[in-house]
Write a protein that binds this ligand. Structure first.
Ligand code: ME8
Length: 654
């Protein structure tokens, strides 16, 4: 019989932010799903990769002083890069796509042309708010306080020639797809998409850029590059060979069974992607699942907060399987989850060391001790065994029900209920007491057999989550390949009655929470220090100034009324200040390298006012604005001292 096909994808990682535990969560969940489907006997295609175009990458490479391709090659294939992390995390992807791969780029040009020829892509002009230093267009709603959301600078109206995709044409069809099918999951995401994006009116989407060059060129109109999301979303079909001959399994695997995506990119996958596929006249994916985020103290992980969680030390300290397990056991897949090291350690100690680890080690140790490792025939006791056997026999179906809904936490909960029941079964049947009575040896053998069978079934269903641990478990209980199949996970009594066990080390040694937390804190501090730029400050002055002399300095809060660059000077800014006296004061300050004049208007600063006036570039400067100064990588940086705006102009500082 032909195997059932299953095609699953992760979002392709955009290498402008450091790869962290959130990305790991997303990829591990898709891996668990792929392994589950393989366990069921499906022919699985599991795709992941990297999304490598766009202005941010171009800028990052420039900052690093390398070409974009060099920058990307290091992140993807360099030490502790994307490929290394997925290998470490035991990710079983069948294919890995980089959107800079030649076959993908050529396919994107054909896809773009196909939609253009159909009339779904047309040339127009893009109007928006433009930030010159960032070379980025923004819409009114993306601005933060009317300024560029990336750098905080002023933006201005601008217009450029661009191609547009007729997203509006597909609005009704997409709305119908979202509202009347189970395409988008969890269901709670449907309302958000329909109410926030479709109902207010879907505008056509700008799908080309001319302001930067790191993208796939529109081959019939040089100067334009394809919008990064059109390029990125299409990876799901180009990686199967759509519009290219590098691969030839598009017919076999498309449509996709499920795209796993983070909640912030659900919009691209549930509105733009189906509309693109409709335009290309291709079948639609069966499901898009929008999972939640891992957050820290309720907030997003961010470099500036210094709370980005690196998966490497966690995997090294606690083991890859423990980390994989924690991610899927602890958080419901559809909602946000609060990550903490404490929770990670507690989960490992309770579920893995205590419940699962103890069940396996006690059972194996007792079979070894009481039967010299090989069980004799046992004597069943229907009353005492029915509950455990019943629970284990129905486990696979309950697990399957949860897995089909992508509810990993529920699937694991079912397994751990059975593990808990088995530990209780040990206490109820007290093997140590049975062992003391020679006439009860056959009963003891049956109790042990029931425990080994329970471990076998749980081990089989844990394969998708902890593949290495499952192998270890099978080795301990003497389960060969035939005992670990999906079919046999629903059958009781598969292990040979004369099973032979092999003792080994604890599967999950108990973690000393306090010590582990200290180590993780120390590591985080070291990482943060290493990430800081090399900063130098001036040595402290040895010479004292007498108090009375110091008190003569008239330090005041001043408000910036106007500020402009001084002509022919690349450093000087001319400030018009309110110093509380009622007369404007002019001060010149050499801080133009660090500040744009328009950013300083309205700020409250600190100035020393009773210095003799000094002419600079022919303009008298009456006082001095106070700045803090340090060197970064040998370059001087100035920080204009600003104080609370509620402090009135002219307030004396003492
Ligand atoms: O979005 N918790 O790439 P990306 C959970 N290139 N998931 C998180 C997370 C967190 N804290 N932070 C990020 C992109 N993710 C695009 C995808 S697909 C055609 C293009 C998830 O590197 C995020 O939600 O910014 C997304 O699903 C994935 O990591 C990659 O994010």
């Amino acid at each position: 019989m032909e195997k059932k096909k299953f095609y699953i994808t992760t979002p392709i990682y955009y290498p402008s932010a450091k790869l962290h535990i959130g990305h790991t969560y997303c990829t591990v969940s898709a891996d668990a799903m792929a392994r589950y489907k393989r366990l069921q006997g499906c022919d699985v295609m599991f795709l992941t990769g990297t999304d490598e175009h766009g202005q941010k990458i171009e800028n990052k490479a420039k900052e690093a002083g390398v070409t974009p391709k060099e920058f990307l090659d290091n992140i993807v294939a360099g030490p502790k890069g994307v490929l290394d992390l997925w290998k470490l995390m035991n990710i079983s992807n069948d294919r890995f796509i980089r959107t800079t791969d030649d076959y993908h780029c050529a396919a994107i040009q054909r896809i773009f042309k196909k939609m253009y020829d159909k009339g779904d892509i047309y040339k127009g002009s893009y109007k928006g708010k433009y930030c010159t230093p960032c070379e980025s267009f923004w819409t009114e709603s993306q601005l933060v306080n009317g300024r560029c959301p990336d750098c905080g600078r002023e933006v201005h109206d601008a217009e450029e020639e661009a191609y547009f995709f007729r997203l509006s044409k597909y609005a009704d069809k997409v709305q119908d797809l979202l509202e009347n099918t189970d395409f988008l999951q969890p269901r709670s995401r449907v309302n958000e998409m329909v109410n926030n994006f479709i109902k207010p009116g879907l505008e056509d989407l700008c799908v080309s850029r001319t302001s930067f060059s790191w993208g796939i060129p529109v081959d019939f109109d040089p100067g334009h590059v394809v919008y990064v999301w059109v390029d990125a979303l299409s990876n799901y079909i180009t990686a199967l060979g759509y519009q290219n001959d590098r691969y030839d399994d598009f017919e076999k695997y498309w449509p996709c069974d499920v795209h796993f995506v983070g909640k912030e990119i659900v919009r691209f996958h549930s509105i733009i992607w189906p509309a693109m596929l409709m335009s290309l006249e291709l079948p639609l994916p069966k499901h898009v699942y929008g999972h939640g985020w891992l957050v820290i103290d309720g907030g997003k992980m961010s470099k500036s907060k210094g709370n980005v969680v690196d998966p490497y030390p966690l995997a090294e300290m606690f083991g890859v399987d423990a980390l994989r397990f924690f991610l899927l056991r602890t958080f419901p897949f559809g909602t946000d989850g609060n990550f903490s090291n404490e929770l990670l350690i507690k989960t490992i100690n309770i579920d893995l060391a205590n419940d699962l680890g103890n069940l396996v080690s006690r059972t194996v140790a007792m079979v070894e001790k009481y039967f010299d490792s090989t069980l004799p025939a046992g004597q069943e006791d229907a009353d005492a065994d029915a509950d455990l056997i019943g629970m284990v026999s129905g486990l696979r179906d309950r697990y399957e029900d949860a897995m089909e809904r992508f509810q990993f936490q529920d699937a694991l909960e079912e397994i751990f209920k059975v593990i808990g029941r088995a530990n209780k079964y040990i206490d109820e049947n007290m093997p140590w007491a049975l062992a003391k009575d020679e006439s009860k040896k056959a009963r003891l053998a049956a109790v042990m057999y029931n425990l080994l069978e329970t471990v076998r079934v749980c081990g089989t269903l844990l394969i998708p989550f902890m593949p290495e641990t499952a192998d270890k478990i099978f080795a301990r209980i003497g389960a060969d390949e035939t005992c670990r199949t999906w079919d046999n996970a629903a059958v009781w009594g598969v292990l040979p009655k004369e099973a032979t066990v092999v003792k080994g080390d604890a599967l999950f040694p108990r973690i000393d929470e306090e010590k582990a937390l200290e180590e993780l804190d120390a590591l985080r501090e070291a990482q943060m220090k290493a990430a800081l730029p090399a900063v130098e400050t001036e040595p402290l002055t040895e010479e004292n100034v007498d108090f009375d002399t110091f008190c003569k300095s008239d330090l005041r809060a001043v408000k910036v009324k106007a500020c402009e660059a001084v002509k022919k000077s690349d450093k000087l800014l001319k400030f018009t200040l309110d110093d509380g006296s009622g007369t404007d004061r002019t001060i010149l300050s050499g801080i133009h390298h660090d500040y744009e004049p328009e950013d300083l208007i309205g700020k409250t600063c600190v100035a020393i006012l009773n210095l003799p006036p000094r002419k600079m570039m022919g303009i008298p400067s009456c006082g001095m604005l106070i700045s803090a100064v340090h060197k970064e990588h040998g370059e001087e940086k100035l920080h204009l001292l600003m104080v609370d705006d509620s402090i009135p102009a002219g307030a004396k500082l003492c």
